[in-house]
Design a protein around this ligand. Structure first.
Ligand code: G3I
Length: 302
């Protein structure tokens, strides 16, 4: 196949990109997205500060612009993210524990409910662990304690019973303290029947990233009975070093049957969140990079 999405689809997978409404007026941006990718994650538009800027006042319009274009192309849509300590609306920080819990549950129900049946997966909780594998001490954890993650996952199915429910984090690109902390949580959830369907590995990498246990890490999660997805892939650097890391990540996903798809965190280097770096598959002029060919070849089985 000659595009990333079509190549991934040959094995039942998707290949998505993070998309921002800020660039939807740029033809080359939209054309590259819709020609090459069969999946999307709104880069910021489903986050709390955008969708619920004031308590119980919802603003779904920005994300809906992305969702409607994606649906018209038959793309797979990832929802990002319901519960995260960053890009929270300011009002959330002032709540006491009881109000924070009810606000969190209401947010999940309203936001996941708005896109019911339209997203394949939600990042229900994002970035809740520290590098050492303990819980990150931020808003939800500090006020609600360990139980908030479980409460969030238990609340989500009522709002959108068809969406896969994911936990998503970064620096989990191998067997390490952080990924093991998350692994233990997922194992505990599965053993107690807490609904969790998938784990997202953001994979913000560099050309010198050591991927020695990358595939084994994906596999150990899959063996717990969850899908795994590469959710925010980008690789700092350029040339063959960058291409090799992209190739290894793609190979690892292809080798794990429960790895259902890969999403890169942007279309073009021009608009990457990693300003000053060139971590994506298309250069600033939408030219295909060496990394692009490495990914396409690998998705095609080459
Ligand atoms: O919305 C305002 C806009 O009104 C204002 O004009 C503009 C001026 O700077 O700022 C805009 O907000 C920015 C927003 O992106 C939208 O462009 C924020 O300042 C900026 O902080 C925000 O950055 C996003 C970042 O998450 C915030 O944490 C990045 O675009 C986005 O790529 C990044 O994505 C995260 C994932 O959600 C979670 N994993 C890590 C990943 C990379 O940090």
């Amino acid at each position: 196949a000659s595009t990333l999405g079509a190549a991934a689809a040959q094995t039942g997978r998707y290949f998505g990109a993070a998309i921002s409404t800020a660039h939807l007026g740029e033809a080359a941006y939209v054309n590259t997205w819709t020609a090459e990718f069969n999946g999307v994650t709104p880069e910021n538009e489903m986050k709390w500060d955008t969708v619920e800027p004031n308590r119980n006042q919802f603003n779904f319009a920005p994300a809906d612009r992305i969702v409607s274009q994606a649906k018209s192309k038959g793309m797979k849509i990832r929802g990002h993210t319901l519960v995260w300590y960053q890009q929270l609306a300011p009002w959330v920080g002032g709540l006491d524990a009881n109000n924070l819990r009810s606000a969190m549950l209401n947010h999940i129900s309203q936001v996941a409910g708005h896109w019911k049946g339209q997203v394949i997966a939600w990042d229900v909780v994002n970035e809740a662990f520290e590098e050492n594998g303990t819980r990150r001490q931020a808003t939800f954890q500090q006020k609600l304690g360990d139980g908030y993650i479980e409460d969030a996952f238990r609340a989500a199915p009522a709002a959108d019973p068809g969406a896969k429910l994911c936990y998503n984090d970064y620096n989990t690109d191998g067997i390490n303290s952080k990924s093991t902390g998350i692994y233990n949580m997922v194992r505990d959830f599965k053993s107690r029947g807490v609904p969790i369907d998938c784990v997202g590995f953001q994979s913000h990498l560099s050309s010198s990233s050591n991927l020695g246990s990358y595939q084994a890490n994906l596999q150990r999660f899959a063996d717990l009975g969850v899908d795994v997805q590469i959710t925010e892939l980008d690789v700092g650097g350029s040339g063959s070093g960058q291409a090799n890391v992209y190739r290894q990540v793609t190979q690892a996903c292809m080798a794990v049957s429960r790895c259902t798809g890969i999403t890169v965190w942007g279309v073009t280097d021009k608009y990457s969140w990693r300003s000053g770096d060139t971590p994506l598959l298309f250069d600033g002029n939408y030219g295909k990079k060496q990394a692009y060919s490495a990914v396409l070849d690998t998705l095609n089985g080459g």
